[in-house]
Design a protein around this ligand. Structure first.
Ligand code: ZN
Length: 304
């Protein structure tokens, strides 16, 4: 387990902490990170000492979303890259690596807690929301501004389940950024703590959950998830995944992708659509400063 390259894995007091560990790109999720996260869940599942899993992020930001540099950028060819040349390949890639992997976390039998700090963008929001509880630091913020870049949100539409529908529309259509406090008010976040207390608070909460016998905790988690399924969550997500892919293959999205290849980043393609609320706050931040050439940050997740 020590040979992970994009995450870290540690167990303490019945709590397994998996930490996204690509701080140089704001923990953008590339193929390796997604695979290693999945492997970490295998380990946590198999270890009877582990009763709760905390999903943390190393560095200033929790996750800037998917790292698309390897998929549509000029460097680091990714094994999935060629497959994405066709609509069916793109569908298979995102179904396998994004949709199914996220749902595996959502359905993971042991309770999970996301410990979120800094920026949590697009597929970062999707990943955090797969966890059963979310603890956020007071500097955390949430946003999913990919609609302006033609994306039909990301692969799993968590927003209508995390906040009232009207707020979900505001969050997505107006590309609003919600602070940790606002996210807590909406019920998307369980509690907000000072940045320096984030890890200890998540651990403390996890240890409280670990007091419940594992079989009990797991059956109640599954029952609550089943309630959401019966309310239509799974069907709605299936629908959205298809709709998301329909959008991927429209002229609107394909033209933007071509323009992006020519310009080097989606941020440049849509420069004229920038406004101070969405992009300006990124531009001066490490998220974009450190990674300004490419997707993960410059394009808040989701492929063009
Ligand atoms: Zn997609």
């Amino acid at each position: 387990m020590s040979d992970f390259r994009t995450i870290t894995y540690e167990v303490a007091a019945a709590v397994c902490t998996v930490t996204l560990n690509r701080p140089e790109v704001a923990n953008a999720q590339n193929t390796l990170l997604i695979d290693e996260l999945d492997a970490a869940l295998d380990l946590a599942d198999a270890d009877d000492e582990v009763r709760v899993v905390v999903l943390a992020g190393n560095g200033k930001h929790w996750s800037a979303g998917h790292d698309l540099k390897a998929l549509v950028g000029d460097t680091e060819p990714d094994e999935w890259r060629l497959m994405r040349e066709t609509p069916e390949g793109k569908w298979f890639h995102e179904k396998t690596m994004y949709f199914d992997r996220c749902l595996r976390l959502r359905d993971f039998r042991k309770p999970t807690i996301a410990a979120v700090q800094g920026k949590c963008i697009a597929a970062g929001v999707m990943l955090a929301c797969m966890c059963d509880l979310i603890v956020a630091s007071d500097d955390a913020s949430f946003q999913n501004p990919v609609l302006r870049m033609t994306g039909a949100a990301v692969e799993i539409l968590v927003e209508p389940w995390e906040m009232p529908a009207r707020k979900a529309k505001e969050f997505l259509l107006a590309a609003e950024t919600f602070s940790a406090a606002e996210a807590e008010r909406l019920g998307m976040v369980n509690r907000v703590v000072p940045r320096e207390d984030l890890a200890s608070s998540a651990q403390e909460l996890a240890e409280r959950i670990a007091l419940v016998p594992p079989a009990t905790a797991q059956v109640v988690k599954r029952s609550i998830n089943k309630t959401l399924d019966l309310q239509g969550q799974r069907d709605a997500w299936d629908y959205h995944f298809q709709a998301h892919h329909w959008m991927h293959n429209t002229a609107t999205a394909l033209d933007a992708l071509e323009a992006r290849k020519a310009k080097g980043s989606m941020k440049e393609v849509f420069a004229e659509h920038r406004d101070e609320t969405v992009f300006a706050e990124h531009r001066d931040e490490t998220v974009f400063a450190e990674h300004r050439d490419e997707t993960a940050s410059a394009e808040p997740s989701d492929d063009a």
